[in-house]
Design a protein around this ligand. Structure first.
Ligand code: CTP
Length: 413
């Protein structure tokens, strides 16, 4: 379940041209289960319609301190109910007012009347964005704990281009989600592997598989957003989230070597990688030429990284394996759970539409050693990652089974 689900988010909109993108932010927040209260300034109303927000949000838009249908003091009502307040776009004026505590309109009054975390998505012309006054105001707000998302670089109003372009709606929603996410993995070290390994046949060819590395990247990103220190050992480093330390590998042997170094320090290991089971026994250092005839590629087994981790698992470490199956899902997954000495096996039926390899969505069934079964219907890979880590956290909290009990004795400095 998204961290936004059931949470009250005040969506503040000011009079920047990027206000039209706040409509999409509103739609996405509602789609993710948030209760959205739009608060629009006079400037915002010149850019976008009140009706648009009232229609999309969970409540009618609040546009004034004086004639609000929800009651005589709309700013305190919205500010007190909020679990988070996001302002997009945040103009130079809004940033300045928030820094100095000036409540000139319903939005700045709401911001003063809240104790909830605040996210700002600044948007302005490059000259304004680069003003030392704006930068200083923002730096003070960041120091006070305000989260800032963007701005990026790109086309601006009036044909200009440069830094100052508001972050994209999905980034803004992710930033709101991040401030609402409980840091339940704070202080934990999480090792994740992702992507399909590539086993060389010759200098240019390899034996590979269809894994995109998206599910592992989502686990890494989710773990980092919950406060964990994350190491991602991956064949798909271009997909790695910024918050993870990345170890780029290509072959099963390289992945095994990297995991061997990183795993002893990890409280949680999530092996989402699709590791090749076989590799060419004698890869050629040069390209095999066609005119020499069809090569006979002899395969040999690779080491099973996860099985080794299971065999040497320290007490308290939570070990999660993945099982991509096309038949007898449950039986195959349970066999892997037992034979590899895992705490959780995450199984998916990759013969189904939209599930697993390459897709942005997944449907998973997780099994634990106590016989419990947790089904997560088709959803985004990020949501699937959240479900996996929710389960990991419950295992860690269980007396005697989690590294919260044992981390000091097992961890290396
Ligand atoms: N795995 C691993 N090292 C390997 C093969 C697999 O660490 N050489 C890990 C994968 O990362 C995954 C789990 O083991 O977490 C299960 O992988 P999977 O390929 O589904 O199972 P296998 O044990 O290889 O069995 P099979 O291919 O016969 O289904």
């Amino acid at each position: 379940m998204s961290a936004l689900s059931g949470r009250c988010v005040v969506l503040g909109v000011t009079g920047g041209i990027a206000a039209y993108k706040a409509v999409e932010v509103c739609r996405r927040l509602v789609a993710d289960g948030a209760h959205v209260v739009p608060v629009l300034t006079d400037g915002a109303l010149r850019m976008v319609g009140e009706t648009t927000f009232s229609a999309l949000a969970s409540e009618p838009a609040v546009t004034s301190l004086w004639n609000d249908p929800s009651g005589p003091i709309p700013h305190t009502a919205a500010g007190q109910r909020a679990d988070a307040v996001v302002v997009c776009p945040a103009t130079a004026r809004l940033i300045s007012d928030l820094r100095t505590g000036r409540s000139g309109d319903v939005l700045t009054a709401t911001l003063l009347a809240t104790r909830a975390p605040v996210v700002l998505a600044p948007a302005m012309h490059t000259e304004m964005w680069e003003q030392p006054s704006v930068q200083e105001n923002l730096a003070v707000l960041v120091q006070r704990g305000v989260a800032v998302v963007g701005p990026g670089e790109g086309p601006l109003a009036g044909g200009d281009s440069g830094p100052g372009r508001m972050a994209e709606p999905e980034e803004i929603v992710a930033a709101v989600e991040a401030v609402l996410t409980a840091p339940d993995l704070a202080g934990m070290r999480v090792l994740v592997t992702s992507g399909g390994t590539r086993e060389p046949i010759d200098a240019v060819r390899f034996v590979g598989n269809r894994s995109s590395g998206k599910q592992g990247a989502a686990v890494a990103e989710e773990a980092a957003s919950r406060g964990a220190e994350v190491v991602l050992v991956t064949t798909q480093s271009e997909r790695a989230p910024a918050a993870a330390r990345v170890v780029a590998v290509e072959t099963a042997a390289e992945m095994a070597a990297a995991v061997e170094i990183e795993a002893p320090r990890a409280d949680v290991v999530v092996m989402a990688a699709a590791v090749a089971d076989f590799r060419p026994a004698q890869p050629s250092g040069t390209k095999l030429k066609k005119d020499r005839g069809v090569p006979a590629v002899q395969l040999e087994p690779t080491a099973d990284i996860l099985a080794s981790l299971g065999a040497s698992k320290g007490s308290g470490q939570v070990l999660v394996g993945f099982a991509a199956e096309t038949e007898d899902i449950e039986a195959n997954a349970l066999a892997k759970l037992r034979s590899k000495n895992l705490d959780v096996i995450v199984a998916n039926d990759v013969s189904k539409q939209q599930v697993g390899f390459g897709h942005d969505t997944n449907e998973i069934v997780m099994f634990t050693t106590d016989g419990a079964r947790h089904h997560v219907p088709l959803t985004t890979k990020r949501e699937a990652a959240r479900a996996v880590l929710d389960l990991v956290v419950t295992l860690m909290d269980r007396p005697g089974t989690g590294s919260r009990d044992t981390q000091d004795s097992r961890r290396q400095p």
